[in-house]
Design a protein around this ligand. Structure first.
Ligand code: KG4
Ligand code: ZN
Length: 340
């Protein structure tokens, strides 16, 4: 029987666990989101996040083992998110992973959260093949990467200020929407009318593959202040905001394919759940003969499956150890991983 990897994700406000078996795929996965708990505060409270992960992680592991009908002695390795993320939250997953692995005498492997996102479209059917360009759009990151294989990543461009997810979240807050703002703004935008407001598309024609979103947030703020806000104007502003972000992301993703000469684009990270982004990318990239791959919606935002999967791929490359002297890396550049 081939190796079964347990994956644990606890970098922010979601406790995610999963069991992945090479050759068979995902055996079971489960998630607990802390959104309701943090929404009272308008954003993630790190201390509360850690405390909640502590409560959730072991019952969730029990749950997926029962679902997959496997026992502890069938688990051959444990992968956990080592960074980037909230220090205390990461330590919960890392501690549980290493203690459990120590007790079972099996290896652990620390996974870069963004590598998890980057490889998550490979869990879907049809899956892309290497090499491809990945557009990584999460709450903290907006990056275009060339991916030639597991661990073979080249940064093509990234945001010089706010991430796309942050632009969604901050604009949503300005429109009075609850955290997390991305999905709420997208929902409001669905009753917005095109062409009412025009917002800037910073750096869209900068000629490189970098992004900037902080100017957009300022423009939304000005618009909100100047407008007479009612349900329709709020929806129209939401529409214009989403359109501006989607426009920039689509333009740069297309430019990245042109620059690399590749034809496959993979979209990963929470903002990849956005339907307007999905339909624009599919149309625009399709026009130039390219193809876009998305993770299943449940694997777009943070989850344990992507960590179990990335762990399984790395273990297949003989990585992982039984050292158990773990640390976490709240700030961790994906480029460092490539050099390691
Ligand atoms: O990847 P992710 O779950 O967590 C991080 O690693 O950051 O991404 C979260 C981000 C948040 O900014 C959230 O507002 C955004 O993804 N997001 C969306 C949608 N769903 C989640 N943004 C726009 N439209 C959505 N449907
Ligand atoms: Zn994430």
């Amino acid at each position: 029987m081939s190796l079964i990897t347990l994956g644990i994700e606890s970098s922010c406000d979601e406790t995610g666990v999963a069991l992945y078996q090479m050759g068979r795929g995902l055996l079971a996965h489960a998630l607990h989101t802390q959104i309701a708990m943090h929404s009272e505060y308008g954003g993630v409270v790190p201390e509360l996040a850690s405390r909640d992960h502590v409560q959730r992680v072991i019952p969730l592991i029990r749950q997926i083992m029962k679902e997959a009908d496997i026992s502890f002695d069938q688990i051959s390795a444990i992968a956990y998110t080592q960074g980037p993320g909230l220090g205390g939250a990461l330590l919960v997953g890392a501690s549980v992973a290493n203690s459990l692995a120590y007790a079972l005498d099996i290896p652990t492997i620390g996974i870069h959260h963004l590598e998890g996102h980057l490889l998550s479209p490979l869990l879907s059917d049809p899956a892309p093949e290497f090499p491809f360009v990945a557009l990584l759009v999460s709450g903290g990151h907006t990056q275009l990467m060339r991916v030639d294989g597991v661990g073979k990543y080249e940064l093509l461009g990234e945001s010089v200020d706010d991430a796309a997810g942050e632009a969604f979240d901050k604009s949503a807050k300005l429109l009075g929407l609850a955290y997390p703002g991305g999905p709420a703004l997208a929902k409001l935008a669905s009753s917005g009318r095109p062409g009412i407001y025009k917002l800037p598309r910073p750096m869209m024609h900068s000629g490189d593959l970098d992004f900037s979103f902080s100017g957009l947030k300022t423009a939304v703020l000005t618009l909100v202040r100047q407008s007479e806000l009612n349900e329709q104007t709020r929806a129209d502003i939401a529409y214009a905001t989403q359109e501006a972000i989607v426009d920039v992301l689509t333009h740069k993703a297309r430019a990245a394919l042109t620059k690399t000469g590749l034809s496959q684009l993979v979209v990963a990270g929470g903002v990849g759940a956005n339907q307007m982004l999905r339909s624009r990318l599919t149309t625009e990239i399709g026009k130039r003969g390219g193809r876009v791959f998305y993770p299943d919606l449940e694997f777009c935002t943070d989850n344990g499956a992507m960590i179990a999967f990335a762990g399984a791929l790395r273990l297949a490359q003989q990585q992982g150890d039984k050292d158990y002297r773990f640390n976490v890396k709240p700030r961790w550049n994906l480029e460092e991983l490539v050099l390691a």
